[in-house]
Design a protein around this ligand. Structure first.
Ligand SMILES: [Zn+2]
Length: 163
């Protein structure tokens, strides 16, 4: 067995998975006062997971379901985090059905920039409602598209349906 003395690795290794949530819009939305939820597009915050509207939506009602804890490592999620994330994905689908009656959904996770993830430090599942006749499948984070309903209006509609 070869032992490698590489002290510069230590600071790198000790940082992995413990990145500062500073600058992370998901953490900021979760930490701020509920008065700012609408501005932050935070739809719901549970104990271990939360739901936030995508500010650059692929479609009207494009939601993101995230663990509250700041991590980009899916394999580090604890059973209770996995459970609440999945419950909130379920509820997001129910609420979007009630609000917009879509014909289908894209639900998924882009892990890492190489996979198309735009924010790779805080896990977020995309929940994107789809309608017959909207464009063909493409990566849900592919970017800008004309959205027929303004974000604040979408937020209020979904908030109403959530409660
Ligand atoms: Zn974060």
């Amino acid at each position: 067995m070869e032992l490698l003395w590489a002290p510069w690795r230590l600071s790198y290794v000790s940082k992995v998975g413990k990145e500062e949530p500073r600058g992370c819009f998901i953490c900021r939305a979760a930490a701020e006062h509920p008065d700012r939820d609408e501005e932050n597009l935070l739809l719901y915050k549970g104990e271990k997971a939360l739901v936030i509207l995508n500010r650059f939506p692929y479609n009207t009602g494009h939601l993101m379901v995230c663990p509250v804890r700041h991590t980009g490592d899916f394999t580090s999620l604890l059973p209770e985090e996995l459970l609440e994330v999945n419950r909130l994905i379920q509820k997001s689908i129910e609420v979007l059905k009630r609000a917009y009656n879509p014909d289908g959904f894209n639900v998924g996770l882009n892990l890492g920039r190489a996979a198309g993830g735009s924010v790779d430090t805080h896990i977020h599942f995309h929940v994107v409602p789809r309608w017959n006749g909207d464009t063909n499948f493409m990566p849900v984070t592919a970017g800008v598209k004309v959205i027929p309903q303004a974000l604040d209006e979408t937020y209020r509609r979904l908030k109403e349906c959530w409660e």
